[in-house]
Design a protein around this ligand. Structure first.
Ligand code: PEP
Ligand code: MG
Length: 534
C-alpha cells in the first residue's frame, strides 16, 4: 500500500481501477502523422480548414460545457474560440508554413508552443495557466488536421476508473465520460487551472500535485482517492479503506440529516435556501441536495455556443422537464441575459446588457416567453428580468409578456406567473422606488452589482481590489430589502457572495428573504446557518 498526498481541487471519495492517460496534458497526442512538407498553398488551405472545423467543434464544446458544468465552464471554451479566431494564432501558423516551410501539423505545434511559452514566462500564476489553454487549442486544431473531433480513443477508460495523468487540459476534462470517471489525480497542475475549475463544476473528486511515477502504475491497479483528505493510495488494503470511510461518514451523514429541515439560525431567523442552476444536470443535483426551490435558472446558456437560437418547442421541452423534476417547488427562470461577456453569434447586442439587450431582439424574448407560458402548466414557475436599469424597460417587458399570455389564452387558459426583476447595477438600486411597483419580487445579482459598485470587471479578483470588506455592497442590499419589504415584496440574493460562509451572518443582517447558491452548497449552508449563525 503506497500513500501519497496532494492538493484537493474538488471533494469526494472514490475507489476504482487506475486508468493512466499517458499523453494527456501535453497538448499533442503521440503518433501525430506528420506528412512531408507539401506545397505552401496546400498546407495553408489545410490549416484554414482545420481552424474553421475547430471553431465549429468549439461551438459544440461551449454548449456541452454549459450543459455539463455551467456558465464558467462554457466561458472557457468561448475564450478558446476567441483566441483561435484572433489574429495571432492564425498569422503565426501561416508564417511557419510560408517562411518556415513547415507542414500544417508542425506549424500548429510550433505556434502552440511559441504562444504558450509567452504565458509560461510571466510571473503571474493566472497568466501562466493560460499557457495550457493555448496548448489545448493547438491540440484541437491538430485533431482537426487528423480529421477527428478530439475524442480520446481507447477502450481502457470505458469502464469506471480513477483517471491518473501527468496534467490535464480543459478540453480533455470536457471530453471525459462523466459516468466512468470516478476521480482524477494529476502529478502536476494547480487548483486554479481551468481544467481544475471544470472538474470542480462537474463535481468530479480531484487531487493535483500528487508525486506519482506514472511509469510504475499499471492500468487496473486499485486506487483509493480521498479528496477530502487530499490523499491517494495505490493498492490500498481493505482495513484502511474501511477505517477511512468510517471517519468520513459522520460528517456526510450529519449533512444528510439536514434534508427536509427548515433553515433557521440560532436566534430564530428563517431564510429560504434556493439553488442556482444552468442545466438539467444541475437541477438533478439541486433536488438531491434538498434545495427549497430554484432562485435562478440561467436560461441564456440554452442560447449560447450555437449558430441559431433554440426553437420555442425546444425551450418548452426544457422548461417542462425542469418543472417536472422540481415537483411543487418554485422554479425561477431568468429571461435571456445577453450582452457583456454573454455573446450570441446570431444577435448583436450593440453594447446593451440584460433586459435592455433582449428587448432589442424582441423575437427571441417573445419565443422564450411563449415557451414559458406553455410550460407553466406543469409546476410553480416564476420569471425574472436580468440587469434592469429602469421602469420603462420593465413596463415594456411586462406588456410583451401580457400580450404573449393573451395570445395563448385559448391554448393554455389563464395563468398566473409571478414576475420579478434582478437588481444588478447601481442605477437600479437608485431607481428602486420607481421599479418596485412593476415587480412581484426582487433578486439581487451581487456578482454584477459588485462590479458596478466597485468599478471592476467580472474577471477581476474582487477580494483583492475592494477595501471595505463589501460593507458598501451590504448597505445597498439592506436599502433595497428595506424598501421592498415596505412594498410587501420579497428579496433573494443570488450572486456568489450568498455561498460564502464568512459573509452569511452579514447577509442575514440585511433581512433578505432567500439565499440562492450552487446546488452542492445547499446542505453545507443549511448546516452553517442552523449551527453557527445568530
Ligand atoms: C449576478 O450578477 O450576481 C448574477 C447572479 O447573474 P450572473 O452571474 O449570471 O451575471
Ligand atoms: Mg448578473
Amino acid at each position: 500500500m503506497n500513500k501519497y498526498s496532494g492538493k484537493t481541487v474538488s471533494n469526494g471519495i472514490a475507489i476504482g481501477p487506475a486508468y493512466v492517460m499517458r499523453d494527456a496534458g501535453s497538448g499533442y497526442a503521440t503518433g501525430v502523422p506528420v506528412s512531408e512538407p507539401d506545397r505552401v498553398e496546400t498546407e495553408l488551405v489545410r490549416l484554414e480548414q482545420a481552424i474553421e472545423a475547430t471553431k465549429l467543434h468549439m461551438d459544440k464544446m461551449v454548449l456541452d460545457a454549459g450543459v455539463k458544468a455551467g456558465k464558467e465552464a462554457a466561458q472557457i471554451f468561448l475564450m478558446h474560440k476567441l483566441i483561435l479566431d484572433g489574429k495571432e494564432f492564425r498569422s503565426l501558423a501561416r508564417l511557419c508554413i510560408e517562411d518556415g516551410q513547415m507542414n500544417a501539423e508542425d506549424a500548429v505545434i510550433q505556434t502552440g508552443e511559441v504562444l504558450a511559452s509567452k504565458f509560461d514566462e510571466t510571473d503571474d500564476e493566472y497568466m501562466r495557466e493560460r499557457a495550457d489553454d493555448v496548448r489545448d487549442i493547438a491540440r484541437e486544431v491538430l485533431n482537426a488536421l487528423k480529421d477527428k473531433s478530439g475524442v480520446i480513443e481507447d477502450t481502457a477508460e470505458s469502464y469506471p476508473h480513477i483517471l491518473i495523468a501527468q496534467s490535464l487540459l480543459p478540453g480533455e476534462v470536457m471530453e471525459l465520460d462523466r459516468e466512468n470517471v470516478l476521480a482524477i489525480v494529476t502529478v502536476a497542475g494547480s487548483t486554479t487551472s481551468h481544467a481544475a475549475i471544470l472538474a470542480h463544476m462537474m463535481d468530479i473528486p480531484m487531487i493535483v500535485s500528487v508525486p506519482l511515477d506514472l511509469d510504475l502504475i499499471e492500468d487496473g491497479t486499485p486506487v483509493y482517492v480521498n479528496a477530502d483528505a487530499g490523499e491517494v493510495i495505490l493498492s490500498p488494503d481493505v482495513d484502511y479503506i474501511e477505517q477511512a470511510h468510517q471517519s468520513a461518514d459522520p460528517v456526510r451523514s450529519a449533512l444528510l440529516d439536514l434534508k427536509g429541515r427548515e433553515t433557521v439560525s440560532l436566534s430564530g431567523r428563517h431564510v429560504d435556501l434556493y439553488a442556482n442552476i444552468a442545466s438539467v444536470v444541475d437541477m438533478k443535483k439541486a433536488v438531491e441536495n434538498d434545495a427549497e426551490g430554484i432562485g435562478l435558472y440561467r436560461s441564456e446558456f440554452m442560447f449560447m455556443g450555437r449558430l441559431e437560437p433554440p426553437s420555442e418547442d425546444e425551450q418548452y421541452a426544457v422548461f417542462r422537464k425542469l418543472l417536472g423534476m422540481n415537483k411543487d417547488r418554485v422554479l425561477t427562470v431568468r429571461t435571456i441575459d445577453i450582452g457583456g461577456d454573454k455573446i450570441l453569434s446570431y444577435a448583436d447586442t450593440k453594447g446593451l446588457r440584460g433586459l435592455g439587450a433582449s428587448l432589442e431582439h424582441e423575437e427571441l424574448l417573445r419565443s422564450q416567453m411563449r415557451a414559458l407560458v406553455r410550460a407553466s402548466l406543469y409546476g410553480r414557475l416564476r420569471i425574472m428580468y436580468p440587469y434592469v436599469t429602469g421602469a420603462e424597460e420593465v413596463v415594456r417587458a411586462n406588456s410583451l409578456f401580457g400580450e404573449v399570455k393573451w395570445n395563448l389564452l385559448s391554448t393554455v387558459g389563464s395563468v398566473t406567473i409571478p414576475q420579478g426583476i434582478m437588481i444588478e447595477n447601481v442605477e437600479a438600486v437608485e431607481r428602486i422606488d420607481e421599479l418596485l411597483p412593476h415587480a412581484d419580487f426582487l433578486s439581487i445579482g451581487t456578482n454584477d452589482l459588485t462590479c458596478d459598485l466597485y468599478g471592476i470587471n467580472r474577471f477581476s479578483d474582487a477580494d483583492g481590489v475592494i477595501n471595505d470588506n463589501y460593507e458598501n455592497l451590504f448597505d445597498m442590499i439592506s436599502r433595497v430589502v428595506f424598501k421592498a419589504h415596505k412594498a410587501d415584496k420579497k428579496v433573494s440574493i443570488c450572486g456568489e457572495i450568498a455561498s460564502r460562509r464568512e459573509y452569511t451572518s452579514r447577509l442575514l443582517d440585511t433581512e433578505a428573504d432567500c439565499l440562492s447558491v450552487a446546488p452542492a452548497e445547499i446542505l453545507l449552508m443549511r448546516d452553517h446557518i442552523i449551527n453557527r449563525c445568530r
